[in-house]
Design a protein. Structure first.
Length: 411
């Protein structure tokens, strides 16, 4: 009678390490040294936290850049003289240029301006001109000033009546007013521009467009033309046009025809760039820069975990030798240390993600911004900590797996 052959049982059963036992051993190793474990995961906390915080703050700041760009740059159109010789070609803008621009649907404000050159400005009528500082004098219409969105520190902006009557008034930028000592208009201060007395009617402390106005003395165009003549050669006359949101491109296409139907090529119109393209370019540059910084922090954290895990391997050589004598294989030892470093990395990733999210929210609240946290940057962040822990623990785990039982017990 034939009998089925059976493989004889192994004299020594093979050691097995279940997933449950592996996690239990890893957690025990982490909890047995809580101080060291906390310091080890600190590198991952910093790395992952920096990664999430940087991406969150970049997205949050990018949305603010987008809002500011949309509110200012996307509503600005500049028209300037394109003639090679402005003196021979005559005035580029007609006398009613502002009213023609305002007749276009979508235009909010429009005004002409030009540079009236650098001129000596002082508070004294008989000051030595050679010793007096020179400042930029800008001939600019009242509507053009308002299109710059100025913040008036004191006084007011001159109006169309001042311009039409060619009254000798001026508005000072904050920097010029500070240098000249004009802090109040209570006593009707005046300045002497190129020896000509101009009454100061206002001081502007800030502008949202063309910040160079803060370094200038602003005078009505009629007054500037009466005192110093039309714009000099090389100083083209310009017009700033403020539009409603979304109307800038359409307005820019109509301005040249509306202002100079007799010579459309005389004017060069510069509309705003495509806001989506500019926003995407700025966001891409910021993301690339800060992502490199975050990866550097993460690499530093990985080095910290690897260092500490390697030291732990050296300290636990007797324990490793005892486990090997009891039947643990090299891969079991490697998996144990690899799991410990992965647990530390995961804990660091979770804590770093929470701290980073709180930091983004705190900055947004303090700056009165809208916090933006992309799910693709927040949700995988703890897994990034796990991956960092695994990579950092590879070499120490391999080193631990190669320790021989006899050599370990002899130490």
């Amino acid at each position: 009678m034939l009998r089925r052959w059976r493989r004889p049982a192994d004299p020594v059963p093979r050691a097995r390490l279940s997933t449950r036992d592996l996690l239990s051993e890893a957690l025990s190793g982490v909890l047995q040294r809580p101080g060291r474990s906390a310091l080890t995961s600190l590198g991952t906390v910093v790395g992952v936290g920096t990664f999430v915080a940087v991406l969150g703050l970049t997205a949050t700041a990018g949305s603010q850049i987008d809002q500011r760009f949309t509110a200012l740059s996307a509503t600005e159109v500049i028209v300037e003289d394109a003639a090679a010789d402005a003196e021979l070609a005559g005035a580029p803008f007609p006398a009613d240029a502002e009213s023609r621009a305002l007749a276009i649907d979508g235009v909010v404000r429009a005004g002409v301006y030009w540079s009236a050159a650098q001129r000596p400005v002082s508070r004294l009528p008989d000051a030595d001109r050679a010793a007096v500082d020179e400042y930029q004098v800008t001939a600019i219409g009242p509507e053009a000033v308002l299109a710059m969105h100025p913040t008036v520190a004191t006084g007011r902006i001159y109006d169309d009546l001042h311009d039409s009557r060619r009254e000798r008034v001026a508005v000072l930028g904050a920097a010029v007013a500070q240098r000249l000592g004009v802090t109040s208009l209570e006593h009707g201060p005046a300045v002497f521009v190129d020896g000509v007395l101009l009454t100061v009617v206002g001081v502007i402390s800030d502008v949202e467009r063309h910040a160079d106005l803060l370094l200038s003395v602003l005078v009505p165009p009629g007054t500037a033309e009466d005192l110093w003549g039309p714009p000099a050669s090389g100083e083209p006359m310009r017009m700033i046009v403020e539009t409603r949101l979304g109307a800038a491109q359409v307005v820019a296409a109509q301005l040249a025809v509306a202002l100079r139907p007799d010579d459309v090529d005389r004017l060069r119109v510069a509309g705003p760039p495509d806001p989506r393209t500019l926003r995407e370019g700025v966001a891409a540059d910021l993301n690339a820069l800060f992502l490199v910084l975050a990866l550097i922090c993460l690499a530093v954290g990985a080095v910290g975990i690897g260092n500490t895990t390697f030291v732990a391997v050296l300290e636990r050589v007797p324990e490793i030798g005892l486990r090997r004598c009891l039947g643990a294989r090299g891969r079991h030892i490697a998996l144990q240390f690899l799991t410990e470093s992965a647990v530390l990395g995961t804990l660091g990733g979770l804590l770093g993600t929470c701290l980073a999210a709180g930091a983004v929210l705190a900055v947004a609240v303090l700056r009165d911004w809208t916090a933006v946290l992309e799910p693709w940057a927040v949700l995988p962040a703890p897994l990034l900590g796990t991956l960092t822990g695994v990579v950092a623990g590879l070499y120490p785990a391999l080193r631990a797996s190669r320790i021989q039982p006899i050599q370990a017990l002899q130490r």
